[in-house]
Design a protein around this ligand. Structure first.
Ligand SMILES: [Zn+2]
Length: 398
């Protein structure tokens, strides 16, 4: 504990059924006169967008909708969004959707103002150039209000945007303190239409964020505490939200758990994300689904260094077997309950790319300092092969 640690906490949050009703007032307070509403194309016919449009129209706030984005938004998507932002003379942004809409809105915000290109805020540059929030250049970025319609990424509480470089199929993390939304609205009514499979995949993403943050070796006890309660909220609410999408209490619990995860992973992520990032960028698989499948395999690989912490977590969850094995059993049982496949092979991935995945995972931001222990490319390749074939120790076989 001899080092000086740098911590910060995020932004204002409205939470609860009907929290959307605070939007117009927040727009006024933030002097957002003509926001560009960024959402993904799948949202165009759905209830959340209709509710948002009705609310803004009733409040006499002029706006336009931009939805020309991919599942993993690219720099080309951002460029199109900047054109729409400037052509419509917009002064601010509202993001409605999952991580893609949030990431795209943040990218548009930065690219609309900063003429130097996004590369200087790419994560590996940021760490050395801007060690604390105050070191970043002030850009006066357009204000952003975020309304998540999934409970998984926690992007609404992050200062990062994950964008894919279109030609290289590599995900890059762009970071700037002004990318943090000025206001976050967690309204479970906006998530009740999320189909069960997406509820499961996004919820497992949030669970992975908490577990990886909890196991990160970085010293951040506040985030560790947030992660512990976040896992408990997911234990309590994810099965119910999956079984009955209209269960607003469960939906709200998952929105809170997901947002908390973004606070927890200020402590870092780990090997699950290090593997999921390159696989998602190259094979266009859902991020949360990849994490859900990979999680037990990475936990087993990290077992030696995380088993005591995971046993404490298992006791907090009051699991019948409150140790490492009991916790992994709980993860496996939760996955079965949510109809998540056990192997990567079941979603069309095979072992041929194991060496490539290993190299990519080592280079990923999530593996740099914050996986529970350092893993090399060979170790990552082996975890990937295990996840393709479903190889877990005998104690976990059904
Ligand atoms: Zn994630």
């Amino acid at each position: 504990m001899s080092a000086i640690h740098y911590w910060n906490y995020p932004t204002e949050i409205f939470c609860g059924p009907g929290a959307l009703e605070n939007l117009a007032e927040r727009c006024a307070l933030l002097e957002m006169r003509k926001p560009l509403l960024v959402t993904d194309p799948g949202m165009l016919a759905l209830e959340p967008l209709a509710l948002l449009k009705a609310h803004l129209t009733q409040a006499d706030i002029p706006f336009a909708v931009f939805s020309d984005i991919h599942g993993n938004p690219t720099l080309d998507d951002v460029a199109l969004g900047v054109s729409a932002f400037q052509a419509g003379d917009h002064d601010s942004l509202i993001a409605l959707g999952g991580g893609s809409a949030m990431d795209a809105a943040k990218g548009i915000s930065l690219a609309a103002v900063d003429r130097h290109g996004l590369a200087r805020f790419e994560w590996s540059q940021v760490i050395s150039r801007y060690p604390s929030l105050a070191d970043f250049p002030r850009l006066d970025l357009p204000k952003l209000i975020a309304l998540p319609t999934t409970a998984g990424t926690g992007s609404e509480l992050g200062r990062e945007a994950v964008l894919t470089l279109s030609d290289q199929q590599i995900k890059q993390v762009i970071s700037h303190p002004e990318l943090l939304p000025a206001t976050v609205i967690l309204d479970p009514i906006l998530t009740r239409g999320l189909p069960p499979a997406l509820t499961a995949a996004t919820g497992m993403d949030a669970l992975t964020h908490h577990i990886e943050a909890f196991c990160s070796p970085l010293y951040h006890p506040m985030s560790s505490g947030v992660a512990v309660e976040g896992v408990r909220l997911i234990q309590q609410h994810l099965p119910a939200a999956y079984a009955d999408g209209q269960d607003l209490l469960a939906r709200e619990g998952m929105l809170v758990a997901s947002a908390m995860a973004a606070v927890a992973f200020q402590k870092g992520l780990g090997g699950v994300h290090a593997l999921a990032h390159p696989l998602g960028a190259r094979f266009h698989k859902h991020h949360g689904l990849l994490n859900a499948i990979l999680l037990p395999y990475v936990m087993v690989a990290n077992r030696e260094v995380i088993s005591r912490d995971i046993a404490r977590l298992a006791r907090y969850l009051e699991l019948p077997q409150a140790d490492f094995d009991g916790f992994v059993q709980w993860v496996l049982q939760l996955r079965r309950q949510l109809a998540i496949p056990h192997t990567l092979r079941e979603i069309g991935l095979d072992a041929d790319v194991a060496d490539w995945v290993g190299e990519q995972a080592v280079a990923d931001i999530s593996s740099s300092d914050t996986n529970a222990q350092p893993l090399d490319a060979h170790a990552y390749s082996q975890i990937y092969r295990n996840a393709v074939h479903g190889d877990l120790p005998a104690v976990f076989r059904q």
